[in-house]
Design a binder for this molecule. Structure first.
Ligand code: 25A
Ligand code: L14
Length: 332
């Protein structure tokens, strides 16, 4: 017994994390195959002390039988190959933005809306990294008080743009003259209020993902979201300043207790002892860290908090593996 699993985009920043997390969490795997483009097909990846040869992604191979295919190779790859794999009867867990807002496609954060996976087969979408950590922290409060409006600003790590951006920040830190290639401007020593492309309404696509994905996952399209997404010179973990207004008046201590009890959340909130989450401490971990919880000075219906999580792990690879685990659990 054991699962036949394939990782598409296995040599990328998210793909490599998928391999380690499948190992760390001891997923019961019989066969693990790795796929990527011609750039890295033939390379060797180490997994559980053995070497796996990266295979070229083709239409034919996606028609073979897999229990799960985990995709993280960008939107255009997912659009074509996830469709072929699902058509052939395979279950696909996809990290790209391509399928997320399509009707009938479950968009899943296992701590928040696992019920949408029941009896489903086909393509399952993994949400955007910034959305995942925000809804993990807000879902327990949503159930108790009902969310009316969210104002969020993000501080996003360069690893969200893949391996090449990690290299670019490293180069710029060592060389002030190094020319930006991944980002339109220098990122070292800078902040860029620009993630993904600009839409006609003045928001970026990343900001609009936070609006519509949040509404879909929390199953309430009346929730108002105003997002500003910002790239900062951090390697791993996204941070967010989240201000949320509820329909019912929250109690600060009760809200803190709800967050302490919430699955996937770790509350680090003792400013007097310098206890609050930072991207450096969250990197390499799977939890979503919450701190700086406080009441608005003027509006008793509003709370603010600081939310940090590793974007390549809970924001991508860990969440995808947890979806796989949740489907297996629901089969029992
Ligand atoms: O369109 P989207 O959905 O918004 O996604 C855009 C990009 O965002 C990343 C991912 O980049 C994707 O390409 N991404 C996606 N979802 C993400 C998420 N939730 C996310 N990032 C964060 N959070 P990436 O660099 O992480 O991964 C790219 C992988 O996709 C493979 N690929 C690209 N086109 C393909 C394809 N595979 C098959 N067919 C195609 N047509 C790509 O493989 C990579 O695995 P590659 O062979 O092109 O490898 C790229 C080069 O990068 C080196 N490399 C990558 N990571 C590392 C590395 N080297 C050392 N250490 C690393 N950690 C490889 O050696 C190779 O040279
Ligand atoms: O939609 O930090 O999943 O660059 C993931 C990485 C969006 C951008 C997605 C980043 C992408 C994000």
């Amino acid at each position: 017994m054991g699962l036949n699993v394939g990782v598409v985009g296995a040599t990328g920043a998210v793909g490599r994390n998928m391999l380690s997390i499948l190992n760390e969490r001891n997923v019961n795997i019989k066969s693990l195959r790795c796929f990527a483009s011609e750039r890295t097909a033939g390379h060797l990846l180490e997994w559980k002390g053995k070497e796996i040869t990266v295979e070229l992604l083709t239409e034919e191979v996606m028609k073979e039988s897999f229990d799960y295919l985990l995709f993280s190779a960008g939107g255009s790859v997912s659009e074509k190959y996830a469709a072929i794999a699902a058509e052939a009867g395979n279950t696909v867990i996809d990290n790209s933005s391509t399928w997320r807002m399509k009707e009938g496609i479950p968009l899943v954060v296992p701590e928040v809306n696992p019920h949408v996976l029941k009896n489903y087969k086909g393509i399952i979408a993994n949400p955007n990294c910034s959305t995942i950590q925000m809804v993990v922290a807000l879902a327990p409060l949503q159930q108790k008080y009902g969310i009316k409006r969210i104002v969020v600003s993000t501080y996003q790590a360069v690893s969200g743009s893949g391996h090449k951006a990690i290299v670019e920040l490293g180069n710029q830190l060592n060389d002030p003259d190094s020319i930006p290639k991944v980002y339109p401007k220098r990122i070292a020593g800078n902040c860029l209020p620009h993630i993904d492309v600009f839409n006609e309404n003045g928001y970026t696509k990343e900001e609009l993902k936070m609006v519509y994905e949040t509404q879909k996952i929390l199953e309430d399209d009346t929730i108002e979201v105003n997002a500003t997404t910002v790239r900062v010179p951090v390697f791993y973990s996204h941070s967010e300043s989240v201000t949320v207004t509820f329909h019912r008046k929250p109690d600060l201590n009760e809200a803190r207790e709800l967050l302490i009890q919430a699955p996937g959340v770790v509350v680090m909130d003792d400013p007097a002892n310098l206890e609050y989450p930072t991207p450096l401490m969250a990197a390499g971990k799977d939890d979503t860290f919450v701190g700086r919880l406080r009441s608005d000075l003027f509006d008793p219906f509003t709370l603010s908090m600081w939310v940090v999580s590793d974007n390549l792990r809970k924001g991508a690879a860990t969440n995808a593996v947890q979806i796989l685990e949740k489907i297996e659990e629901q089969k029992l």
